[in-house]
Structure formats: C-alpha cells, structure tokens
Design a protein around this ligand. Structure first.
Ligand SMILES: O=C(O)CCC(=O)C(=O)O
Ligand SMILES: [Fe+2]
Length: 323
C-alpha cells in the first residue's frame, strides 16, 4: 500500500478513512481503527484466554505492596499507594498483559510501524488524575507514535473513580512548552502536567467538551491515542477498589522524549532511554533509521533521561533550521 505520509500514524492520518479497506483488517479491527481516528479512543475485549487467572494472580501478588487490606470490605482502599510503576520487571502476568502479541500486532497495523510496550502502571484504586494528555510525559518525533492501553481488572463502578476522557480531543493542538509560552529544557517540576493544566481547561471550555466515563466490565480494554485528554474521576466511595493496568506503547524508528522538559522549537529534546518490555531489549532513538544518542545526562532528575544535543545536520532535517 502506498502511503505518502509515513510520518503520521495511520490512525492519525487524514488518509486513514480512504486507506482502511486496504489494511487487511477484520471488521472489528477496522472499527477500532476508525474509532481511534474519529474519537481518539476505542474499546475492545482483551484477547487473552488466561486473563482471569492472570488478574487473580496480579491482585494476590501486587496487593500487599499497596499497604491496604483488600479483603476487608469496609477498609479505605485509597489510603495506601495508588499505583505501581513497571511491575512487569518482576511480575510475569503484568509482563504478559503488556506483551500481548495480538494487541501489539493490531497496534502495529493501525499505526503503520511496529509497536512495543515500554511502561506499565498497575492501579488498585482510582487515580483521580485531572485531565491531561500523556504526550507531555512521553512523546515521539515524528509525533503521536505513542498510545496507552487501559485494562479493567474488575467491573468498574461509577463511584470507584472510573477513567474519563474527552472524545475528539486527540485533534486539539498538541500541548507543548512552545504552546503555553514556557521554557521547558533545564526546568524541574513536581508534576510534568502542572504547567499545562490551565491550557487544557481552556481548551475544554472553548470546545464545551463533555467528558465520558468508561464504566468498564472486567476484561474490557480501551486504547487512547497519544493526544486524547483523559484522567481519573474522583473516587466517591473509598471502600471500593478499581483494579486496572495501563500499558504505554511506542513504535519503531522514532525519537522518544519527554516534552515537559523539552523545547522542540530549538531542538532541545529530553530524550528517553527506552527498553521494550516484550523482548527486554533497548529501542535506541532513531530518525529515518539513523541512531541518535543523548549527548549528556541531565543533572538533578532521576529516571535515566538525558538532554540531547542533536547534530546540526539532523536538526535541519527534523525542524528545517539552518542551525
Ligand atoms: O487510570 C486512570 O485513572 C488514568 C491513568 C492515566 O492517565 C495514565 O496511565 O496515563
Ligand atoms: Fe494518562
């Protein structure tokens, strides 16, 4: 299939509706693709015959780490840790969910590049996160080669702080430091989302956007595209749990970086060092197949990211700057 815009994920491309019939998708896969294209999210049944057992094992193995008595129906489930990052490193079932080959294959065909999981988050309760796009945390060049897959590990009650999102918000301007007039490179932040909150709220108001909540059934999953505004509703009943796993995916042959600490306009990218969960191997930052490395580690921040000094030749290719 000829695609004259390979720098856009297929499901983000204006050409997608015309191309969808050539992509060798089942009717349900085409539905997922078109929902991602039009709405920025899509719901599907998680394709894993062992899912029930995995969920039981994950609750048993991760449960004690949150410091909450999940067996007591009256206990406050929100009193302890609210999330566990990268449990795939030690939990085989978290790893298996993140590495589900049917999901990886579907994402790869819908985006036009090979997908790989790079981060997991396991939540026993609602996150109560305000509306945000994950793109300020993890983005790519070319942009939008990133998505999240949120899996319900139990039926989610309305009072348990369900996931919410703004359908169509994936088409709003991509949030960046340039957009809000803030210098990001060299900055430190308690939360990467904080500087952007006012701008997101203004966009919601301007669009008179109505949030939808995902009252998921156990085993249902939702893909959100890179720029979809989403968050966690307030958890009204703190005795409820809200077991869920988010896996974040990137796609091959991109630069992977943190926009909150970058200024794309001047080529200052806070590059990430990414490992693919599915095979445990690094995915170097590449542009059109050429390897780009972070020149120096950033002092004062943990997490192994580094500020990049990108070769001038590449800067010109990336941003058209004369350097
Ligand atoms: O589960 C939620 O409430 C939101 C999680 C989220 O925003 C994320 O993992 O990116
Ligand atoms: Fe998020």
């Amino acid at each position: 299939m000829n695609n004259p815009l390979p720098g856009l994920p297929l499901i983000e491309s204006p050409l997608f509706p015309a191309m969808v019939s050539q992509l060798d998708l089942t009717s349900d896969e085409a539905r997922v693709g078109l929902e991602l294209y039009y709405r920025g999210y899509a719901v599907f049944d998680f394709p894993d015959g062992e899912l029930e057992q995995r969920i039981d094992r994950i609750k048993a193995s991760l449960g004690p780490r949150y410091g909450v008595d999940f067996d007591d129906p009256g206990s406050d489930k929100t009193a302890g840790e609210r999330r566990l990052q990268d449990a795939w490193r030690f939990d085989a079932d978290v790893h298996a969910i993140a590495s589900n080959s049917v999901v990886i294959d579907l994402l790869s065909r819908l985006y036009g590049r090979k997908a790989f999981p790079f981060q997991t988050l396991n939540f026993p309760v609602g996150t109560q996160q305000s509306a945000h796009s994950d793109m300020v945390h993890f983005s790519s060049q070319p942009e939008k080669f990133m998505c999240g897959v949120w899996l319900a590990m139990e039926d989610i009650a309305a009072d348990a702080g369900p996931l919410f999102y703004y359908p169509g918000s994936h088409r709003w301007p991509v949030m960046s430091n340039a957009l809000i007039g803030r210098r990001g490179s060299g900055a430190s932040l308690a939360s990467a989302q904080d500087p952007f909150a006012e701008a997101w709220a203004a966009l919601c108001a301007a669009h008179e956007a109505q949030a939808e909540t995902f009252l998921a059934k156990k085993g249902q999953a939702l893909i959100w595209s890179a720029n979809l505004l989403h968050g966690g509703s307030p958890q009204i009943d703190s005795t409820l749990s809200r077991w869920s796993q988010v896996t974040h995916y990137y796609f091959d042959d991109c630069l992977y970086y943190t926009p909150a600490f970058s200024d794309e306009t001047i080529g200052a990218l806070d590059l990430r060092e990414i490992t693919a969960i599915c095979d445990g191997r690094p995915r170097p930052n590449t542009y059109l197949g050429e390897h780009i490395s972070a020149a120096s580690a950033r002092p004062g921040r943990s997490g192994g990211t580094g500020r990049s000094l990108i070769p001038r030749r590449l800067l010109r290719q990336l941003f058209g700057k004369s350097g």
